[in-house]
Ligand binder design. Structure first.
Ligand SMILES: [Zn+2]
Length: 83
């Protein structure tokens, strides 16, 4: 169960999902050096100093901008909680 004080209507891209899971190597594997730094900056800015948790749900395809880094690239979105 998730504490009710988390906002759970939050959907993030796969990059942010991995970052929230603590898997920053994912970026390393998927982007060239410069792009990776840019993505990492966007994600860290989006994460801020809030608390993020992964939830179970996944949309396999969405055009909804990522609620964390705000990328508008369409693709999978994962549900997370934030407070
Ligand atoms: Zn994102």
């Amino acid at each position: 169960m998730v504490d009710s004080d988390y906002d759970t209507d939050v959907w993030v891209c796969v990059d942010c999902f991995m970052a929230i899971s603590g898997n920053w190597e994912f970026l390393e594997e998927h982007y060239e050096r410069e792009e990776k730094q840019e993505r990492e900056g966007d994600i860290k800015a989006g994460l801020g100093n809030k608390e993020w948790i992964n939830l179970e749900d996944e949309l396999t395809f969405s055009r909804h901008p990522c609620d964390c880094c705000e990328t508008s690239d369409s693709g999978s979105r994962y549900q997370v909680g934030v407070r």
